[in-house]
Design a protein. Sequence first.
Length: 213
Amino acid sequence: MPVLAKRLTRIYQKLYGFFGPQAWWPADSPFEMMVGAILTQNTSWRNVEKAIRNLKEKNLLDAQRLYRLPQDKLASLIRPAGYYNIKAKRLRAFLEFFCRDYQSDPNKLRRQDTASLRRQLLAVNGVGPETADSILLYALEKPVFVVDGYTQRILARHGLAKGADDYLKLQNLFMQNLKNSVKLFNEYHALLVKLGKEFCLKNKPKCRTCPLR
């Protein structure tokens, strides 16, 4: 096994041994995961949960129902997620794509070639690489590694990447050196998020007690 692959595997083993399985993404359906992937942009998951709870209480966590909802009404329901007007617009753009091109059927999305579907998602207004890959990995169970700010910070601090490395370069670091596995990519990303939230903080990181020390 190449040195980089061994190191990435060792990091995963340490994190898994310390934190245990993360059971991520916390949602009841693939569609809920898709909505969450869009709402979680620039906010905490706690706020996303509040927004999704609003949709569930109104029995609106359904693609067709949400798509028919006026944008201002949608914005008011997802207000807890922050940037609610922008996110309502982005969510509607995704809903138009999902309902129009795939008849709001996750299985039709899942049957598409991963690379082709990723390009389609990135063409939707407001869907960037992290959001697209979160949908692919968590909602559609495609073997794509999700990169976020936590990933970049942790890799940089451990000498595995430079702060200026772009998304694709960081993603390839994992996808070219690890088994191409949905389960592994899912758990690894979730563990990095956990580490970033609890130890590898942006300011005042807890290096002395970090499980990767």
